[in-house]
Design a protein around this ligand. Sequence first.
Ligand code: NAD
Length: 340
Amino acid sequence: MKIAFFDTKPYDKPYFDKYGEERGVEFKYYETKLNEDTVELASGADGVCVFVNDTVNAAVIDRLSEMGIKLVALRCAGFNNVDMKSAYGRVHVLRVPAYSPYAVAEHAMAMLLTSVRRIHKAYIRTRDFNFSLSGLCGFDLHGKTVGVVGTGKIGRAFINICQGFGMKVLAYDKYPAELAGCEYVSMEELLARSDVISLHCPLTEETYHLIDGEAIEMCKKGVVILNTSRGALIDAEALLSGIKSRKVGAACLDVYEEESELFFEDFSGHILEDDTLARLISMPNVIVTSHQAFLTEEALSNIAEITVDNIVNFLSNKGCKNELCHRCTGSDGCSGTSLG
Ligand code: NAD
């Protein structure tokens, strides 16, 4: 089983080599991302393995089909970078629905604590032997209200952490569940009552720019906005305006709408062309990490193991419970339906 592996990073290889060797999958690693210009590299492979910022649009799917490649193995949960309608009936799309919700939820809390206790400022200060506390006053999370949008695996892990901090939890989900100590409210009410808002829903047509200028207007003054889900859930220009007007107290962003050409690469020493991102990063109350929330040893190991299992099951015709198709909107348990 030969798989062309795109957007390879050094931390991927040890885990994919381990499980690949164990289970008979040979990975050909490419540092480049998959897109219309690089798809030819997959020639001769049984499938492609891609990550969040690879492009699997209609043109790429056309070319994969022409090359006889019927397998796209995502090594991530989100699949907004795949044109599922175009894939339908032509390529099978497999994903890793869960690998460590704790990795992402803990990163969200790490960013929140960093922001509200000004750790990012203190770290730089003390390295310069500046031990002044001036300007570092934060606030307690205990007793504050957090609004969690999307109460799936990661949202729930985040809620548990917040409850451990003594926060009151409001939630909004298209499909509410029964969660102890958690009050489901409308999106409008969540915006109006939350001191902290954390996004954990997928990016869909419905959730695109969920946090826009209008939503920010409805928020409490000083709201802290966390996004560890997908960049385009937030209208970055509107967020920037909200920060400049002091309506938004702080923002913690692990994802950014225009991240695909930037994140995971080293641009130090270059002029950043994206003015919105540059301005956001320049703000003292904005923390940006480059889609790092998943990056723990446990998550990397689980991602590799589940991706290799998906590939082996699919290529040995055993079906794959982690297959997606656009008709069932990607729910778990969709098996073998994308070829109709
Ligand atoms: P999940 O499928 O378990 O949960 C998603 C939840 O969102 C579900 O409860 C669903 O009902 C809800 N939802 C769907 N549409 C909605 C809508 N329109 N409004 C409100 N809620 C809606 O997914 P998960 O594993 O918890 O992951 C959540 C997201 O986190 C993923 O979609 C992915 O984009 C992101 N993610 C980011 C990283 C990272 O490294 N930053 C890593 C993994 C996942």
